[in-house]
Write a protein that binds this ligand. Structure first.
Ligand SMILES: *[C@@H]1O[C@H](CO)[C@@H](O)[C@H](O)[C@H]1NC(C)=O
Ligand SMILES: *[C@@H]1O[C@H](CO)[C@@H](O)[C@H](O)[C@H]1NC(C)=O
Ligand SMILES: *[C@@H]1O[C@H](CO)[C@@H](O)[C@H](O)[C@H]1NC(C)=O
Ligand SMILES: *[C@@H]1O[C@H](CO)[C@@H](O)[C@H](O)[C@H]1NC(C)=O
Ligand SMILES: *[C@@H]1O[C@H](CO)[C@@H](O)[C@H](O)[C@H]1NC(C)=O
Ligand SMILES: *[C@@H]1O[C@H](CO)[C@@H](O)[C@H](O)[C@H]1NC(C)=O
Length: 360
């Protein structure tokens, strides 16, 4: 028996065991995003004298989804949503038009090589999805608001859980819905919060919304076996301003206040209506109210006769308003007050006159 030196043995072994015929390679595992196109490919290496006669692709259920003969390009047979993406001497790739949840699994590429016989490759696809949400929302106090989140791989979801993080940073559970079909709403939210019975498109409705509902809401899809998938969107709650004006007259100077309570604070602008000019300067002060709203008071001083000549308005601007609200300094009440003041002055003068006449 002749013995060989170890490096030579290794070389002999490699040469003797190396395939002398076609070989298929393909990536073992790939991740594809739900709803997007994806390409799967296999490579085949052939030796001299070997001819590739036919290529077949089988889907996750071992059904043929694509089938062609490289030498007869016209004879392609493919299923809906699957296309031949690449057909070269050594590569065959298929494109999935839009990845669906059911596309997950292993695909087989089958190469019929003459005269060697059939060669197979396998490549496995796992489908991933992200939680979608409409993003941050604003709501008006007293009105309903719905927050929603979607996750495409519904059949993997075991539970949907909604949590709320208030501005101060503490997080509480709001509601949950499980695969078994039970909805749980925490006691503190029970009278105003509803959760939809859906594992894919989850909707949390608050009706009516209160200022203390402001905060960030996280929807958490507990999936198996992918783990937790979540998304956070913040809710801002507005209180709309209802501006009011009041004024007092001192000789011929009017001091007017425009007052609006809102959240966040409104901006108040004084102007002369139908004219392109603002009245100024005005003094603005704001006061925090206990309920999360702010009272803004804007004060101006103006000549009393301006009130008779022009319509003076206070306009409240607020991001929650579709159109800003204007209120007028009421001229009719103004004339009443002037008449009253004139009346008082006349009365005083008459009394003085009487007193004078009696004394003199
Ligand atoms: C297949 O071949 C291409 C080049 O032709 C290469 O880029 C790719 O990485 C190969 N894939 C595998 C799985 O071997
Ligand atoms: C597909 O065929 C392979 C063997 O070729 C087998 O192991 C596998 O279980 C089959 N899959 C299905 C879903 O029938
Ligand atoms: C949503 O609101 C939060 C807090 O108000 C903020 O940090 C975040 O950037 C906002 N996100 C978007 C997309 O506007
Ligand atoms: C206007 O507001 C100030 C305080 O901001 C108050 O002192 C004043 O009495 C108010 N005047 C009127 C006419 O309401
Ligand atoms: C408003 O004022 C601007 C300048 O402040 C002027 O250019 C414009 O013509 C004015 N428009 C009207 C309608 O008066
Ligand atoms: C009132 O609102 C409109 C938009 O709705 C805005 O363009 C306009 O500037 C506002 N008026 C004033 C006085 O700022």
């Amino acid at each position: 028996m002749s013995r060989c030196a170890p490096p030579l043995c290794l070389w002999l072994a490699v040469v003797l065991l190396a395939p002398l015929h076609a070989k298929v390679t393909a990536p073992a595992q790939q991740h594809a995003a739900l709803g997007l196109p994806f390409m799967l490919g296999c490579n085949v290496t052939t030796e001299d004298g070997e001819v590739l006669k036919q290529v077949r692709w089988l889907d996750v259920r071992n059904k043929t989804i694509l089938h062609y003969q490289p030498q007869r390009p016209g004879d392609l047979i493919s299923h809906d949503g699957v296309e031949l993406a690449k057909q070269r001497a050594h590569t065959s790739a298929i494109a999935l038009e839009k990845v669906k949840a059911g596309d997950e699994g292993c695909y087989t590429c089958v190469f019929d090589v003459y005269p060697t016989g059939q060669q197979q490759g396998k490549t496995c696809l796992s489908v991933t999805a992200r939680v979608e949400s409409v993003g941050n929302k604003t709501a008006v106090q007293g009105k309903p608001v719905t927050l929603s989140c979607s996750y495409g791989l519904t059949e993997k979801v075991q539970q949907v859980l909604w949590r709320k993080t208030a501005e101060q940073g503490d997080t509480v559970t709001v509601a949950s819905y499980t695969k078994q079909g039970s909805v749980t709403v925490e006691t503190v939210f029970q009278d105003r919060v509803k959760l939809s019975r859906s594992l894919g498109h989850s909707q949390l409705t608050i009706n009516p919304v209160h200022t203390e509902d402001e905060g960030c809401y996280t929807c958490d899809f507990h999936t198996y076996p992918l783990g937790s998938k979540s998304m956070t969107a913040c809710l801002a709650v507005y209180v709309l301003p209802r501006p009011e004006v009041s004024y007092s007259i001192d000789v011929d100077v009017v001091q007017a206040n425009c007052t609006a309570v809102s959240r966040p604070p409104a901006e108040l602008i004084w102007n002369v209506e139908n004219h392109n000019r603002s009245l100024g300067p005005s003094e603005t002060s704001s006061y925090q109210q206990g309920d999360g709203t702010t009272m803004v008071v804007s004060t101006i001083h103006l000549q009393a006769k301006l009130l008779d000549e022009e319509q003076v308005t206070c306009t409240a601007l607020h991001q929650g308003l579709e159109t800003n609200i204007s209120v007028h300094l009421n001229r009719t009440r103004n004339t009443h007050i002037i008449l009253l003041s004139v009346g008082c002055v006349v009365l005083v003068l008459l009394i003085c006159l009487c007193v004078c006449l009696k004394k003199c």
